[in-house]
Design a protein around this ligand. Structure first.
Ligand SMILES: Cc1ncc(COP(=O)(O)O)c(C=O)c1O
Length: 379
């Protein structure tokens, strides 16, 4: 099987990830709840994972890395914890439903939402973001890279605009954490949400929200934190304020191993590797009769996520043939981003998405294009 669905969840993981989750499961104890050796070992795992994630993002304080179940949980925590009735938020039409739906729910409660339309290839124009900022705008909420076209946000330009206009910046790094170098301090990112199970190579059931100093969020949930138990209120301290209940220690142990793998290989190396695959696809896909691709033509302006359509062929059928005959795993449909497909003119049809990861090869890309070529010839 050639796995080209890394934008949904990365596969395979480094061996160390499987081993680390297994070990944590065997330690078994609850981190931060007791003082015995197992509890301390578990707490050390969680602490180290925060530290390594902070290192990866150049975040100033690892206590501001909040563990969540996935990116969606982190996004909900950020948006619902920050925005209040009367606020205005600027977003885009290229967002995943994990941003669009919480913002829709907030709009029912008095938050004004402006969605700036993505341009060709799904690229978001920073000037349009600036033009949409008004006196009540408190937040700009954008994806760092589209999960449909791979288009990368000009993060430094948007960060500069937000800093100058006194607006906070929320970044959905679901398609970039671990795949593209990120420096939250330099790019003036106020909050960053990421899954642990995609580019960070951790297990499913993991994710996190980074919250910059000065940003205060209302918790999504209240519950046990292992300290200040006498109070009915959640503690003020991070990360506990935003982390109620027992942590996913086996998942976070795997995530720690995934992030360590990335820090050793380096994000720059992974980015170069994925850029080589991207260049190969962009230089060759037009050789396949009728093959359309919707992302930016410049490999530097995107990640290794490709939305294809093969003439008028049904995407579900193309995906089925890729899976059954060619043993290539892709994803078809709307990819939880209907507005992105409306922006690209591919709604409701959607596309056949192939997404590459750090263990993908140029041969995988060649095999995919050859398979498209053969499918294109079938009458
Ligand atoms: C851009 C983007 N945001 C958010 C998500 C949601 O991630 P999760 O499934 O970890 O909640 C995804 C997942 O595909 C995504 O691609």
């Amino acid at each position: 099987m050639i796995y080209l669905d890394n934008a949904a969840s990365s596969h395979p993981k480094p061996d160390a990830v499987y081993r680390a989750s297994d070990l944590a499961l065997r330690i078994g104890a609850n981190p931060g709840r007791s003082g015995h050796i197992g509890a301390l070992q578990a707490a050390r795992i969680i602490h180290d994972a925060r530290e390594e994630i902070a290192k990866l993002l150049n975040a100033p304080d690892s206590a501001r890395v909040i563990f969540t179940q996935n990116a969606t949980h982190a996004i909900n925590l950020a948006l619902k914890g920050f925005l209040k009735a009367g606020d205005h938020v600027v977003t885009s039409t290229m967002e995943h439903n994990s941003v669009t739906r919480p913002l829709h729910a907030l709009s029912q409660d008095g938050v004004a939402v402006t969605a700036v339309s993505g341009g060709a290839g799904g690229v978001i124009d920073p000037q349009k973001i600036e033009d949409a900022i008004g006196p009540r705008t408190r937040l700009v909420a954008l994806t760092h890279a589209s999960n449909v076209t791979g288009a990368l946000l000009d993060l430094d330009a948007v960060g500069e605009i937000c800093g100058r206009r006194g607006v906070e910046l929320f970044l959905d790094a679901s398609q970039t954490a671990g795949a593209v170098p990120i420096n939250v301090a330099a790019s003036k990112v106020s909050m960053l949400a990421a899954p642990g199970h995609k580019g960070l190579l951790g297990p499913q059931g993991t994710g996190f929200l980074y919250v910059a100093p000065g940003i205060s969020l209302t918790p999504l949930m209240e519950g046990g934190t292992g300290f200040l138990s006498e109070s009915r209120e959640m503690p003020e301290e991070l990360p506990e304020r935003l982390e109620a209940g027992t942590m996913n220690t086996p998942g976070i142990a795997g995530l720690l191993a995934g992030v360590e793998h990335i820090l050793t290989r380096t994000v720059e190396n992974i980015r170069e590797h994925e850029l080589a695959i991207t260049r190969h696809i962009l230089e060759n896909y037009r050789k396949v009769d009728g093959l359309l691709e919707y992302g930016p033509a410049d490999p530097e302006k995107r990640v290794a996520v490709f939305s294809f359509n093969l003439g008028e062929r049904d995407g579900a059928h193309v995906g089925y043939v890729l899976d059954e005959i060619y043993k290539i795993a892709v994803r078809v449909g709307l990819h939880c981003a209907p507005d992105a497909h409306k922006t690209l003119g591919t709604f409701p049809r959607g596309s056949v998405r192939a997404s590459f990861g750090p263990f993908s090869t140029i041969d995988d890309a060649k095999t995919l294009l050859a398979a498209f070529g053969e499918i294109a010839k079938i009458k």
